[in-house]
Design a protein around this ligand. Structure first.
Ligand code: MN
Length: 240
């Protein structure tokens, strides 16, 4: 049985092609897997578990069908959907994991993370992150009416687009020191993350032992997932 990993699907009503493809991915690929790990940014934005968007509801319903068929489904918060909460889990049967978390696959400890925390060169982003990921900020935000939260989220997204356009690409990639520290602190030699939209397998060595960082791809132009089966990891593309 295989384990599948996806991230950065960025689902919302403005990307019907991605929504359709992800629903198809759940029906055809994920249903035959033992477990499915969603490593952040499943949704382009998530302003609370009272979201009413029909496309998001369709995705939640499909996740419920998947977990109902016995496929274990795990979710890590991304920087877009870090407000996925208890109700989302109850509705879908997904289980929320901490970021980072250490999983064990066939006896190997593997670090799973969204990846934004590794992008330590992006100081303005890290500052924003340190505010919005606190419980008091989230309590205040979630107490606002849905329409206000949607409006604020749109403003943040516009700001984020400007920031991305103005920032040198390497600053938005992972910081090598942060990666090395993550390997050492977690005492792992493999990590899987998304966020940077730069899919690839990066072989390196940490304190003399081989290590591998696997980066998942985004779903903007095509589908992308990682499969782990029979001790092998492989990145796969799904043409759209
Ligand atoms: Mn992200």
């Amino acid at each position: 049985m295989s384990r599948l990993f996806v991230s950065d699907v960025h689902l919302d009503a403005s990307a019907p092609g991605a929504v359709e493809q992800f629903l198809e991915f759940l029906r055809t690929h994920a249903v035959n897997a033992e477990a499915c790990y969603i490593l952040g940014d499943l949704f382009e934005v998530w302003v609370g578990d009272d979201e009413t968007d029909p496309d998001k509801k369709a995705v939640c319903k499909a996740l419920r069908a998947l977990t109902g068929q016995g496929v274990a489904c795990f979710v890590i918060h991304g920087n877009r959907d870090f407000l996925l909460g208890r109700e989302f889990c109850a509705n879908t049967g997904c289980r929320l994991l901490a970021d980072p978390v250490i999983a064990e696959f066939d006896g190997e400890r593997v670090l799973l993370t969204h990846g934004d925390a590794l992008c330590t060169d992006d100081h303005p982003y890290q500052e924003l992150r340190s505010i919005v990921r606190t419980a008091p900020w989230q309590r205040r935000f979630l107490a606002l009416p849905l329409a206000d939260r949607e409006m604020l989220a749109n403003q943040v997204r516009a700001g984020s687009r400007q920031h991305t356009a103005r920032t040198i690409p390497y600053i938005m990639d992972v910081n090598p020191e942060a990666v090395a520290t993550a390997y050492r602190v977690a005492q792992v030699r493999r990590m899987i993350h998304g966020h940077t939209h730069r899919p690839g397998l990066h072989d390196t060595s940490v304190d003399g032992t081989p290590a591998q960082r696997i980066v998942l791809g985004a779903w903007y132009e095509q589908g992308s997932y990682l499969v782990y089966e029979d001790g092998q990891y492989a990145l796969r593309e799904l043409p759209r």
